[in-house]
Ligand binder design. Structure first.
Ligand code: C5P
Length: 410
Protein backbone atom coordinates (compact mmCIF):
# COMPACT_ATOMS: atom_id res chain seq x y z
CA UNK A 1 0.00 0.00 0.00
CA UNK A 2 1.30 3.47 -0.91
CA UNK A 3 2.35 5.77 1.94
CA UNK A 4 -0.34 8.29 2.82
CA UNK A 5 0.30 11.82 1.56
CA UNK A 6 1.05 14.15 4.46
CA UNK A 7 -1.07 17.15 3.47
CA UNK A 8 -3.23 16.04 0.57
CA UNK A 9 -4.68 18.54 -1.84
CA UNK A 10 -8.30 18.03 -2.88
CA UNK A 11 -9.91 19.55 -5.93
CA UNK A 12 -13.59 19.70 -5.03
CA UNK A 13 -16.12 20.16 -7.82
CA UNK A 14 -19.44 21.37 -6.43
CA UNK A 15 -22.28 20.59 -8.83
CA UNK A 16 -25.82 21.92 -8.88
CA UNK A 17 -28.03 20.21 -6.33
CA UNK A 18 -29.69 20.98 -3.02
CA UNK A 19 -27.08 18.72 -1.41
CA UNK A 20 -24.42 21.35 -2.22
CA UNK A 21 -24.92 22.72 1.29
CA UNK A 22 -23.46 19.46 2.63
CA UNK A 23 -20.25 20.20 0.70
CA UNK A 24 -19.68 23.15 3.02
CA UNK A 25 -19.48 20.71 5.93
CA UNK A 26 -17.26 18.42 3.86
CA UNK A 27 -14.81 21.30 3.32
CA UNK A 28 -14.81 21.93 7.07
CA UNK A 29 -13.92 18.27 7.74
CA UNK A 30 -11.18 18.27 5.10
CA UNK A 31 -9.65 21.48 6.42
CA UNK A 32 -9.78 20.16 9.97
CA UNK A 33 -7.82 17.13 8.75
CA UNK A 34 -5.25 19.58 7.35
CA UNK A 35 -6.05 18.96 3.71
CA UNK A 36 -5.80 21.72 1.15
CA UNK A 37 -9.08 22.28 -0.69
CA UNK A 38 -9.54 24.08 -4.00
CA UNK A 39 -13.12 24.45 -5.06
CA UNK A 40 -14.58 24.55 -8.55
CA UNK A 41 -18.18 25.71 -8.56
CA UNK A 42 -20.35 24.91 -11.58
CA UNK A 43 -22.93 27.40 -12.86
CA UNK A 44 -25.71 25.18 -11.50
CA UNK A 45 -23.85 24.75 -8.19
CA UNK A 46 -23.76 28.55 -7.79
CA UNK A 47 -27.57 28.47 -7.67
CA UNK A 48 -27.33 26.59 -4.38
CA UNK A 49 -24.19 27.82 -2.58
CA UNK A 50 -22.25 31.02 -2.95
CA UNK A 51 -18.59 31.31 -3.96
CA UNK A 52 -18.12 33.42 -0.84
CA UNK A 53 -19.19 30.61 1.54
CA UNK A 54 -16.94 28.16 -0.29
CA UNK A 55 -13.99 30.56 -0.31
CA UNK A 56 -14.42 31.36 3.39
CA UNK A 57 -14.47 27.71 4.40
CA UNK A 58 -11.74 26.51 2.04
CA UNK A 59 -9.58 29.56 2.69
CA UNK A 60 -8.83 29.75 -1.03
CA UNK A 61 -10.08 31.24 -4.25
CA UNK A 62 -13.08 29.53 -5.88
CA UNK A 63 -12.87 28.78 -9.60
CA UNK A 64 -15.98 29.10 -11.74
CA UNK A 65 -15.08 30.03 -15.27
CA UNK A 66 -13.16 28.12 -17.95
CA UNK A 67 -12.31 31.28 -19.84
CA UNK A 68 -11.48 33.59 -16.96
CA UNK A 69 -8.40 35.52 -17.97
CA UNK A 70 -7.29 36.23 -14.40
CA UNK A 71 -7.74 32.60 -13.32
CA UNK A 72 -5.89 31.31 -16.36
CA UNK A 73 -2.94 33.62 -15.78
CA UNK A 74 -2.79 32.79 -12.04
CA UNK A 75 -3.32 29.03 -12.34
CA UNK A 76 -4.38 27.49 -15.63
CA UNK A 77 -6.97 24.73 -15.62
CA UNK A 78 -4.41 22.08 -16.48
CA UNK A 79 -2.29 23.07 -13.49
CA UNK A 80 -5.39 23.21 -11.30
CA UNK A 81 -6.18 19.60 -12.14
CA UNK A 82 -2.56 18.45 -11.82
CA UNK A 83 -1.76 19.86 -8.42
CA UNK A 84 -4.61 17.91 -6.79
CA UNK A 85 -4.01 14.52 -5.18
CA UNK A 86 -7.67 13.62 -5.59
CA UNK A 87 -10.58 15.12 -7.51
CA UNK A 88 -13.87 14.96 -5.60
CA UNK A 89 -17.26 15.70 -7.17
CA UNK A 90 -19.89 16.48 -4.53
CA UNK A 91 -22.69 16.79 -5.37
CA UNK A 92 -22.13 14.80 -8.55
CA UNK A 93 -25.22 15.55 -10.60
CA UNK A 94 -26.59 13.36 -13.40
CA UNK A 95 -25.36 16.03 -15.82
CA UNK A 96 -21.79 16.09 -14.48
CA UNK A 97 -21.59 12.28 -14.54
CA UNK A 98 -22.98 12.18 -18.08
CA UNK A 99 -20.41 14.74 -19.23
CA UNK A 100 -17.59 12.83 -17.53
CA UNK A 101 -18.74 9.54 -19.06
CA UNK A 102 -18.80 11.14 -22.51
CA UNK A 103 -15.51 12.97 -22.08
CA UNK A 104 -17.12 16.34 -22.77
CA UNK A 105 -15.12 19.44 -21.93
CA UNK A 106 -17.48 22.35 -22.35
CA UNK A 107 -17.11 24.04 -18.97
CA UNK A 108 -14.47 24.27 -16.24
CA UNK A 109 -15.62 21.22 -14.22
CA UNK A 110 -15.85 18.83 -17.17
CA UNK A 111 -12.60 20.14 -18.65
CA UNK A 112 -10.79 19.57 -15.37
CA UNK A 113 -12.13 16.03 -15.15
CA UNK A 114 -10.87 15.32 -18.64
CA UNK A 115 -7.52 17.02 -18.06
CA UNK A 116 -6.90 15.33 -14.72
CA UNK A 117 -4.42 12.50 -14.33
CA UNK A 118 -5.62 11.77 -10.78
CA UNK A 119 -8.28 9.50 -9.34
CA UNK A 120 -11.77 10.95 -9.11
CA UNK A 121 -14.30 10.24 -6.39
CA UNK A 122 -17.96 11.12 -6.94
CA UNK A 123 -20.81 11.55 -4.44
CA UNK A 124 -23.89 11.36 -6.65
CA UNK A 125 -27.00 13.35 -5.77
CA UNK A 126 -30.14 13.36 -7.86
CA UNK A 127 -33.79 12.40 -7.91
CA UNK A 128 -34.21 8.63 -7.65
CA UNK A 129 -35.73 8.38 -11.14
CA UNK A 130 -32.67 10.07 -12.60
CA UNK A 131 -30.43 7.77 -10.55
CA UNK A 132 -32.21 4.62 -11.74
CA UNK A 133 -32.63 5.81 -15.35
CA UNK A 134 -30.89 3.50 -17.86
CA UNK A 135 -28.84 6.44 -19.17
CA UNK A 136 -27.39 7.12 -15.71
CA UNK A 137 -26.79 3.38 -15.15
CA UNK A 138 -24.85 3.28 -18.45
CA UNK A 139 -22.81 6.34 -17.50
CA UNK A 140 -21.99 4.85 -14.10
CA UNK A 141 -20.82 1.61 -15.66
CA UNK A 142 -18.51 3.56 -18.00
CA UNK A 143 -17.16 5.73 -15.20
CA UNK A 144 -16.53 2.73 -12.94
CA UNK A 145 -14.68 1.12 -15.80
CA UNK A 146 -12.61 4.31 -16.10
CA UNK A 147 -11.70 4.04 -12.40
CA UNK A 148 -14.04 6.59 -10.85
CA UNK A 149 -14.82 5.82 -7.20
CA UNK A 150 -18.34 6.33 -5.83
CA UNK A 151 -19.65 7.02 -2.37
CA UNK A 152 -23.42 6.79 -1.87
CA UNK A 153 -26.02 7.79 -2.74
CA UNK A 154 -28.18 7.07 0.30
CA UNK A 155 -31.79 6.07 0.25
CA UNK A 156 -34.30 8.38 1.92
CA UNK A 157 -36.51 11.45 1.63
CA UNK A 158 -35.46 14.00 -0.97
CA UNK A 159 -35.80 17.75 -1.23
CA UNK A 160 -38.31 17.22 -4.07
CA UNK A 161 -40.62 15.39 -1.63
CA UNK A 162 -40.04 11.95 -3.15
CA UNK A 163 -38.33 9.04 -1.49
CA UNK A 164 -35.67 6.69 -2.85
CA UNK A 165 -31.99 6.23 -3.70
CA UNK A 166 -30.30 9.48 -4.73
CA UNK A 167 -29.61 11.48 -1.56
CA UNK A 168 -25.99 12.54 -1.44
CA UNK A 169 -23.94 10.59 1.13
CA UNK A 170 -23.39 12.45 4.39
CA UNK A 171 -20.23 14.60 4.53
CA UNK A 172 -18.49 12.31 6.99
CA UNK A 173 -19.11 9.30 4.73
CA UNK A 174 -17.58 11.23 1.81
CA UNK A 175 -14.75 12.27 4.11
CA UNK A 176 -14.15 8.62 5.04
CA UNK A 177 -14.17 7.64 1.35
CA UNK A 178 -11.65 10.40 0.59
CA UNK A 179 -9.36 9.11 3.33
CA UNK A 180 -9.71 5.59 2.00
CA UNK A 181 -8.89 6.77 -1.54
CA UNK A 182 -5.81 8.57 -0.21
CA UNK A 183 -4.75 5.52 1.84
CA UNK A 184 -5.18 7.43 5.06
CA UNK A 185 -6.65 5.95 8.22
CA UNK A 186 -10.45 6.09 8.17
CA UNK A 187 -10.85 8.34 11.16
CA UNK A 188 -7.79 10.56 11.33
CA UNK A 189 -9.49 13.60 12.71
CA UNK A 190 -10.49 13.99 16.25
CA UNK A 191 -14.15 14.52 15.49
CA UNK A 192 -15.06 13.74 19.07
CA UNK A 193 -12.06 14.93 21.05
CA UNK A 194 -13.17 16.38 24.38
CA UNK A 195 -16.51 14.55 24.22
CA UNK A 196 -17.67 11.86 26.60
CA UNK A 197 -19.76 9.04 25.17
CA UNK A 198 -21.64 6.30 26.95
CA UNK A 199 -22.62 3.19 24.98
CA UNK A 200 -24.71 0.27 26.20
CA UNK A 201 -24.22 -3.05 24.42
CA UNK A 202 -24.94 -6.76 24.45
CA UNK A 203 -27.81 -8.66 26.03
CA UNK A 204 -28.76 -8.74 29.69
CA UNK A 205 -29.19 -11.92 31.70
CA UNK A 206 -32.12 -11.98 34.08
CA UNK A 207 -31.77 -14.71 36.70
CA UNK A 208 -34.51 -17.24 37.32
CA UNK A 209 -32.49 -19.01 39.98
CA UNK A 210 -28.72 -19.30 40.68
CA UNK A 211 -28.15 -21.40 37.52
CA UNK A 212 -30.82 -20.33 35.03
CA UNK A 213 -31.49 -17.04 33.35
CA UNK A 214 -33.54 -15.30 30.64
CA UNK A 215 -31.35 -13.94 27.79
CA UNK A 216 -31.44 -13.03 24.10
CA UNK A 217 -29.27 -13.52 21.02
CA UNK A 218 -27.46 -10.16 21.00
CA UNK A 219 -23.71 -10.60 20.40
CA UNK A 220 -22.75 -7.04 21.39
CA UNK A 221 -20.77 -6.67 18.14
CA UNK A 222 -22.52 -3.52 16.94
CA UNK A 223 -22.30 -1.75 20.31
CA UNK A 224 -18.61 -2.67 20.70
CA UNK A 225 -17.91 -1.45 17.16
CA UNK A 226 -19.62 1.86 17.99
CA UNK A 227 -17.55 2.24 21.17
CA UNK A 228 -14.36 1.51 19.20
CA UNK A 229 -15.27 4.00 16.46
CA UNK A 230 -16.06 6.68 19.05
CA UNK A 231 -12.70 6.09 20.74
CA UNK A 232 -10.91 6.25 17.38
CA UNK A 233 -12.61 9.58 16.80
CA UNK A 234 -11.04 10.87 20.02
CA UNK A 235 -13.88 10.52 22.54
CA UNK A 236 -13.68 9.32 26.12
CA UNK A 237 -15.85 6.21 25.96
CA UNK A 238 -17.61 4.25 28.68
CA UNK A 239 -19.01 0.99 27.33
CA UNK A 240 -21.54 -0.77 29.54
CA UNK A 241 -22.07 -4.30 28.36
CA UNK A 242 -24.09 -7.31 29.33
CA UNK A 243 -22.46 -10.76 29.09
CA UNK A 244 -20.66 -11.11 25.72
CA UNK A 245 -17.59 -12.91 24.43
CA UNK A 246 -15.81 -9.72 23.33
CA UNK A 247 -12.69 -7.95 24.59
CA UNK A 248 -12.78 -4.27 25.54
CA UNK A 249 -11.80 -2.11 22.54
CA UNK A 250 -8.48 -0.34 23.13
CA UNK A 251 -8.77 2.79 25.23
CA UNK A 252 -12.43 2.18 26.10
CA UNK A 253 -13.55 1.82 29.75
CA UNK A 254 -15.62 -1.33 29.81
CA UNK A 255 -18.13 -1.90 32.61
CA UNK A 256 -19.39 -5.47 32.54
CA UNK A 257 -22.86 -6.06 33.99
CA UNK A 258 -25.36 -8.88 33.97
CA UNK A 259 -28.86 -7.63 34.56
CA UNK A 260 -30.91 -4.71 33.26
CA UNK A 261 -30.96 -3.15 36.70
CA UNK A 262 -27.17 -3.31 36.93
CA UNK A 263 -26.95 -1.77 33.45
CA UNK A 264 -29.32 1.02 34.50
CA UNK A 265 -27.23 1.75 37.60
CA UNK A 266 -24.00 1.74 35.59
CA UNK A 267 -25.55 4.11 33.02
CA UNK A 268 -26.68 6.46 35.77
CA UNK A 269 -23.19 6.41 37.29
CA UNK A 270 -21.59 7.12 33.88
CA UNK A 271 -23.55 10.35 33.35
CA UNK A 272 -23.15 13.21 32.54
CA UNK A 273 -22.06 12.68 28.96
CA UNK A 274 -22.32 14.41 25.58
CA UNK A 275 -23.75 11.47 23.70
CA UNK A 276 -25.63 8.43 24.98
CA UNK A 277 -26.03 5.47 22.63
CA UNK A 278 -28.27 2.62 23.78
CA UNK A 279 -27.28 -0.32 21.59
CA UNK A 280 -27.95 -2.99 24.24
CA UNK A 281 -30.69 -5.58 23.80
CA UNK A 282 -32.00 -5.12 27.32
CA UNK A 283 -34.41 -7.78 28.56
CA UNK A 284 -37.83 -6.20 28.87
CA UNK A 285 -38.78 -8.35 31.83
CA UNK A 286 -37.16 -10.04 34.79
CA UNK A 287 -38.43 -12.68 37.18
CA UNK A 288 -39.97 -10.81 40.10
CA UNK A 289 -38.09 -12.64 42.81
CA UNK A 290 -35.45 -15.03 41.59
CA UNK A 291 -35.32 -18.17 43.64
CA UNK A 292 -32.43 -18.16 46.10
CA UNK A 293 -31.87 -21.86 45.41
CA UNK A 294 -32.04 -23.91 42.23
CA UNK A 295 -35.67 -24.62 41.41
CA UNK A 296 -36.19 -28.38 41.62
CA UNK A 297 -38.44 -30.59 39.60
CA UNK A 298 -41.12 -31.82 41.87
CA UNK A 299 -44.05 -34.03 41.20
CA UNK A 300 -46.30 -31.13 42.11
CA UNK A 301 -46.53 -29.41 38.68
CA UNK A 302 -44.59 -26.79 36.74
CA UNK A 303 -43.04 -23.70 38.34
CA UNK A 304 -44.65 -20.36 37.48
CA UNK A 305 -42.39 -17.45 36.64
CA UNK A 306 -43.90 -14.11 37.52
CA UNK A 307 -42.35 -11.43 35.31
CA UNK A 308 -42.08 -7.72 36.06
CA UNK A 309 -40.91 -4.95 33.78
CA UNK A 310 -37.27 -3.86 33.77
CA UNK A 311 -36.28 -0.20 33.87
CA UNK A 312 -36.14 1.31 30.38
CA UNK A 313 -32.61 2.70 30.44
CA UNK A 314 -32.90 4.61 27.18
CA UNK A 315 -36.21 6.24 28.11
CA UNK A 316 -34.94 7.15 31.56
CA UNK A 317 -31.82 8.82 30.17
CA UNK A 318 -33.72 10.54 27.33
CA UNK A 319 -36.41 11.87 29.63
CA UNK A 320 -34.23 13.14 32.46
CA UNK A 321 -35.40 16.53 33.63
CA UNK A 322 -31.88 17.57 34.61
CA UNK A 323 -28.63 16.46 33.04
CA UNK A 324 -30.11 14.93 29.90
CA UNK A 325 -27.23 14.25 27.48
CA UNK A 326 -27.44 16.66 24.51
CA UNK A 327 -27.79 13.74 22.10
CA UNK A 328 -29.52 10.46 22.97
CA UNK A 329 -29.65 7.64 20.44
CA UNK A 330 -31.55 4.36 20.64
CA UNK A 331 -31.71 1.24 18.52
CA UNK A 332 -34.77 -0.55 17.25
CA UNK A 333 -34.26 -4.15 16.28
CA UNK A 334 -37.45 -5.16 14.51
CA UNK A 335 -38.63 -8.17 12.59
CA UNK A 336 -41.51 -6.37 10.80
CA UNK A 337 -42.93 -2.87 10.14
CA UNK A 338 -39.44 -1.49 10.75
CA UNK A 339 -40.08 2.20 10.05
CA UNK A 340 -43.43 2.41 11.72
CA UNK A 341 -42.15 0.80 14.93
CA UNK A 342 -38.99 2.91 14.88
CA UNK A 343 -40.87 6.21 14.49
CA UNK A 344 -43.21 5.36 17.34
CA UNK A 345 -40.32 4.15 19.49
CA UNK A 346 -38.44 7.43 19.04
CA UNK A 347 -41.41 9.40 20.31
CA UNK A 348 -42.21 6.98 23.12
CA UNK A 349 -38.64 6.91 24.44
CA UNK A 350 -37.99 10.61 23.92
CA UNK A 351 -34.65 10.08 22.21
CA UNK A 352 -33.29 12.22 19.36
CA UNK A 353 -32.56 9.44 16.93
CA UNK A 354 -33.48 5.81 16.47
CA UNK A 355 -31.19 3.54 14.53
CA UNK A 356 -33.47 0.86 13.15
CA UNK A 357 -32.33 -2.48 11.84
CA UNK A 358 -34.12 -5.50 10.49
CA UNK A 359 -33.35 -8.52 12.67
CA UNK A 360 -35.74 -10.91 10.99
CA UNK A 361 -34.10 -14.27 10.49
CA UNK A 362 -33.43 -13.81 6.76
CA UNK A 363 -31.60 -10.50 7.40
CA UNK A 364 -28.82 -12.39 9.25
CA UNK A 365 -28.03 -9.42 11.52
CA UNK A 366 -28.19 -11.00 14.98
CA UNK A 367 -24.69 -12.34 15.61
CA UNK A 368 -23.72 -11.59 11.98
CA UNK A 369 -21.08 -9.13 10.76
CA UNK A 370 -23.24 -6.87 8.60
CA UNK A 371 -26.09 -4.48 9.19
CA UNK A 372 -28.45 -2.29 7.17
CA UNK A 373 -29.24 0.76 9.27
CA UNK A 374 -32.13 3.17 8.89
CA UNK A 375 -31.76 6.44 10.79
CA UNK A 376 -35.04 7.81 12.07
CA UNK A 377 -35.07 11.37 13.41
CA UNK A 378 -37.56 14.23 13.70
CA UNK A 379 -36.46 15.28 10.19
CA UNK A 380 -37.27 11.94 8.53
CA UNK A 381 -35.54 8.72 7.62
CA UNK A 382 -32.34 7.78 5.84
CA UNK A 383 -31.45 4.23 4.81
CA UNK A 384 -27.78 3.38 4.60
CA UNK A 385 -26.54 0.60 2.35
CA UNK A 386 -25.71 -2.78 3.90
CA UNK A 387 -22.34 -2.34 5.62
CA UNK A 388 -19.99 -4.30 7.85
CA UNK A 389 -20.75 -3.56 11.51
CA UNK A 390 -17.39 -1.73 11.90
CA UNK A 391 -18.03 0.44 8.87
CA UNK A 392 -21.62 1.12 9.96
CA UNK A 393 -20.29 2.11 13.40
CA UNK A 394 -17.73 4.52 11.94
CA UNK A 395 -20.37 6.07 9.76
CA UNK A 396 -22.81 6.39 12.63
CA UNK A 397 -20.18 8.01 14.84
CA UNK A 398 -19.29 10.44 12.05
CA UNK A 399 -22.94 11.31 11.62
CA UNK A 400 -23.48 11.85 15.35
CA UNK A 401 -20.30 13.93 15.63
CA UNK A 402 -21.69 16.12 12.92
CA UNK A 403 -25.02 16.58 14.70
CA UNK A 404 -23.15 17.56 17.87
CA UNK A 405 -21.01 20.01 15.89
CA UNK A 406 -24.09 21.57 14.25
CA UNK A 407 -25.78 21.98 17.61
CA UNK A 408 -22.75 23.65 19.06
CA UNK A 409 -22.24 25.93 16.06
CA UNK A 410 -22.95 29.57 16.93
O1 C5P B 1 -38.37 -1.04 23.61
P1 C5P B 1 -37.25 -1.68 22.86
O2 C5P B 1 -36.50 -2.72 23.66
O3 C5P B 1 -37.60 -2.19 21.53
O4 C5P B 1 -36.25 -0.46 22.60
C1 C5P B 1 -34.97 -0.63 22.09
C2 C5P B 1 -34.08 0.50 22.53
O5 C5P B 1 -34.28 0.81 23.90
C3 C5P B 1 -32.61 0.13 22.43
O6 C5P B 1 -31.89 1.32 22.21
C4 C5P B 1 -32.32 -0.44 23.79
O7 C5P B 1 -30.95 -0.36 24.12
C5 C5P B 1 -33.15 0.44 24.68
N1 C5P B 1 -33.68 -0.20 25.89
C6 C5P B 1 -33.22 0.16 27.13
N2 C5P B 1 -33.74 -0.41 28.26
C7 C5P B 1 -34.73 -1.32 28.16
C8 C5P B 1 -35.22 -1.70 26.91
C9 C5P B 1 -34.67 -1.13 25.79
O8 C5P B 1 -32.30 0.98 27.20
N3 C5P B 1 -35.22 -1.84 29.27
Amino acid sequence: MATPIEKPSILLIVGGGVAAYKSLELIRLLRKAEMEVRVVLTGAGAQFVTPLSLASLSGAKVYEDLFSLTDETEMGHIQLSRQADLVVIAPATADLLAKAAQGLANDLASTLLLASDKAALAAPAMNWRMWTHPATRRNLAVLREDGMIFVGPDDGPMACGEQGPGRMAEPEAIFAAINAALNRAQNPVDLLTGKKIVVTAGPTHEPIDPVRYIANRSSGKQGFAIARAAREAGAEVILISGPVALEAPEGVSLVRVETARQMAAAAEAALPCDLFIAAAAVADWRVESDAGQKIKKTGGGLPTLHLVENPDILAEVAQRAAGRPPLVVGFAAETEHLLDHARKKRLRKGCDLIVANDVSENAGVMGGDENTLVLVSAEGETTWPRLGKDEAARRLIGHLAQILAWREAP
